[in-house]
Design a protein around this ligand. Structure first.
Ligand code: SF4
Ligand code: SF4
Length: 73
């Protein structure tokens, strides 16, 4: 398995379920999960972790600044 270069954390407190992060991740690392936030939004989850390049596109596209990206060095 390829070594992951990055990891993201989505803060469900701020996520509004717009799915921009899912749409724009070039590595298909984000998908809708089963869980709903306290505000009733369906929260995305981080998948295909080994493919994440820590490019930060998801964080830049998120209108709620709900995503933190961690880059492994
Ligand atoms: S950092 Fe890049 S590759 Fe990783 S989940 Fe976000 S958009 Fe996808
Ligand atoms: S872009 Fe941000 S607000 Fe929209 S679904 Fe993703 S984490 Fe939630």
């Amino acid at each position: 398995m390829a070594k992951s270069k990055g990891e993201i954390v989505i803060d469900e407190q701020y996520c509004k379920g717009c799915e921009y992060c899912i749409e724009f991740c070039p590595k298909d690392c984000i998908t809708l999960g089963d869980k709903f936030s306290a505000q009733g939004y369906q929260i995305p989850v981080f998948v295909n972790k080994e493919n994440c390049s820590a490019c930060m596109i998801c964080a830049k596209m998120c209108p709620e600044s709900a995503i933190e990206v961690y880059k492994y060095i």
